[in-house]
Ligand binder design. Sequence first.
Ligand code: ASP
Ligand code: MG
Length: 451
Amino acid sequence: MIVAKFGGTSVGDTAAIERTAAIVRGRLAQQPVVVVSALAGTTNALLDIATQAAKGQFIVAIRGIEMLRERHLAVVDELLDGSAEANDVAADVSMLFDELAHLGEALSVLGDLSLRSLDAVASYGERLSSPIVAAAFQQRGIPAVWVDARKVMVTDGAYGKARPQTDAIAEAAREHLLPILRDGRVPVLGGYIGATPEGITTTLGRGGSDYSAALFGAALDAEAIEIWTDVDGMLTADPRVIPGAKLIEHIRFDEAAELASFGAKVLHPSTIAPAVQRSIPVFIYNSHRPQAAGTRITFDAPRLSVRAVAGRGNIVLVNVKSSLMLGTPGIVRGIFSVFERFKLSVDVIATSEVSVSVTLDADLHLDAVLTELRSFGDVTVERHRGIVAVVGSGLGGHTPTMARALAALGDMRVHMCSLSASAINLTLIVDGDQVHEAMRRLHRAFFEEAA
Ligand code: ASP
Ligand code: MG
């Protein structure tokens, strides 16, 4: 069997749900379990509603709830037009909105918003979308069965970002999903939501539906996890910077993780880790162009010296220089304990015998940090830097790649350079206003000129 997850834009309106149904119908032979997000934008709206209600703005909250009700009922109406089930589904949807209105009222009376209450409110997005999609599937000849995801996604009580309990999920999946699959039917569940063993609703954190799909897939030992979204997959560069960026058809999990740290927003690799660790391949597909190749993420894609280039501006380079470092163990530890104390995450690191250079996000407030760092040596700060990266899993054993990257940058100033022993990411710090040009030069060298 496979798990097919459809994000908010793939179930955002009637036309999107129609496309999604067609995709699932074409995959019945693979025994799909379908996981859906909330209708695009719904989770944001729900969180706003909860906040307004708790601030005592009950009228505003109710208005938000009624807008969502109308939108969902309109989708039900269009999708199930004239069918016998249309009225039942509309009644169920309306009942959920009545519940939500009561919840909003309770929050506004209490004037208090706990993470537990936020999860309760946020869960309605997937609790609404999943039965609607299941009914739409049924009407289009797909033997769909709606399953309340909260029966299967067992989590702890860390509201807002609950941790899945994998053994309990595996057991619940065997109990609630396998019989449906054995019958040749298609379970449809909401992503993102779960419940504690006591039955209290939780969520896995924003964007959690990918995580749900990976967890269900791992629990059922699926042959593949498909993440259906509104882009073709991962590309050799950000297409807004490099319009000619090409689709990456196969990428290693660790490479995908490196790219994600540069804001490749397609999916967050940590969310699919449960599947990839079990050697279940994850595919990214575009629900607008289902015939396109998509991207496959596995642990064992063939090594390739360069898979993609990435970049981002808004970086500060901090350099601590001190002759004390010569032969004094523990100085680096001292320097990093400062970053730790301020909870600053360092991106790139390079050291010499007498200096340590790191890069940090430029938006951070650094004054207090710099003061403490000065106790270790001379501190210099270079603002307005940017970072470009050449990501690929064969970089280490392949020095010509490094030479080629530096040659491609030509006369551009490189302020710092780092390649770790895992050799998956060659990072170069350049002037902030040169990031895009650097990306273009690197992309040209590795993807546009004949190898
Ligand atoms: N609907 C949830 C969110 O927007 C989960 C998801 O879409 O993955 O965060
Ligand atoms: Mg989403």
